[in-house]
Design a protein around this ligand. Structure first.
Ligand SMILES: N[C@H](CCC[C@H](N)C(=O)O)C(=O)O
Length: 299
């Protein structure tokens, strides 16, 4: 039985995040704990962002990311904004540098409470996304679903934001597609050796789009930050949008917008909100948890 760790249940545009404080500890949140926590409707989460002591000079923390199916992820945009908000509340600081398995992320909390995260540079090389087949141009790969002569979804853009994404361009409201049926087929398609996050993107103007995502390792979520980055970059890459795009999420209208800026230096900066909901403590080994009674907005 491991000693309990403090956590906060937060969300980013409805993407449900558990921010777990693992600082000062040598153990880690286990896949078993993630699966157990996900099985309990009282927690209901999509990703765990486990904050560990820094492993590299110049960074504030190492962030370990787990999906609710227990799999590890290399990036989580919404989760990173939640970590920034939690640590800003704890320390009074506004800028942070984190390390994940994918690299270094710089982040800042603005005066209005929104948070910007430098998500790094997108990767387009087929073998680094990765894809199972060689494509010279990964902005439009040969993949479709549905009847051969009338595919429901086809020709997605593929990109890595540290984690793999396929972005399908749709003309109708993304909510009008059976993504709950197509999502798992595409997530686990042989084209994606490490599976993939599957996004439907409807471009509504040269600087705006609406997305809906079936997430690798989490299924249909209300929002996906790295998918918003993947879609915005792919929109610019295919000439559908400019390099600055406002991304709204179809599944939870009115929750706000993620502003994505694919800068001239190649880095993708995502800006958006984070929201604290409640706190608790959990056993990082088994997932046993208890909810704090007091509603103290803290880790
Ligand atoms: N399911 C993703 C990780 C979480 C991404 C998402 N929640 C975000 O905000 O970026 C993956 O396995 O690559």
């Amino acid at each position: 039985m491991a000693a309990h760790a403090q956590f906060a249940r937060m969300n980013g545009l409805g993407n449900r995040i558990l921010v777990v404080d693992m600082r000062g500890r040598r153990d880690a949140v286990t896949p078993r704990a993630a699966i157990a926590l996900a099985a309990d409707p009282a927690t209901g989460f999509d990703q765990i962002m486990a904050i560990h002591d820094p492993r590299t000079d110049g960074t504030d923390a190492f962030i370990d990311i787990l999906n609710c199916d227990g799999s590890k992820a290399q990036a989580c945009g919404n989760g990173t904004r939640c970590v920034v908000q939690a640590l800003a509340g704890e320390t009074g600081r506004k800028t942070f540098t984190f390390q994940t398995v994918a690299g270094i992320l710089n982040a800042v909390e603005h005066e209005d409470g929104t948070i910007s995260v430098d998500m790094g540079r997108p990767v387009f090389d087929w073998d680094r996304i990765p894809l199972a087949e060689e494509f010279f141009d990964t902005s439009r790969i040969e993949l479709q679903i549905g009847p051969i002569d009338a595919p429901v979804l086809h020709s997605p853009s593929a990109v890595s934001m540290g984690n793999p994404h396929a972005v399908f361009w749709v003309e109708r409201d993304p909510m009008s597609y059976d993504l709950d049926r197509f999502g798992p087929l595409l997530e686990n398609h042989p084209m994606f050796p490490e599976r993939a996050n599957i996004t439907l993107a409807q471009v509504t103007s040269p600087s705006a789009m609406t997305t809906r995502t079936w997430e690798r390792g989490a299924g249909l979520t209300l929002a996906c930050g790295s998918a918003a980055c993947a879609a915005a970059v792919s929109g610019a890459r295919t000439g559908r949008t400019g390099r600055t795009v406002a991304v709204t999420v179809a599944s939870s209208p009115g929750r706000g917008t993620l502003h994505i800026d694919w800068r001239e230096d190649g880095k993708v900066v995502m800006t958006g909100p984070a929201e604290w909901e409640w706190s608790g403590t959990l056993d990082p080994e088994t997932g046993a948890f208890s909810r704090d009674e007091a509603g103290a907005a803290a880790l």
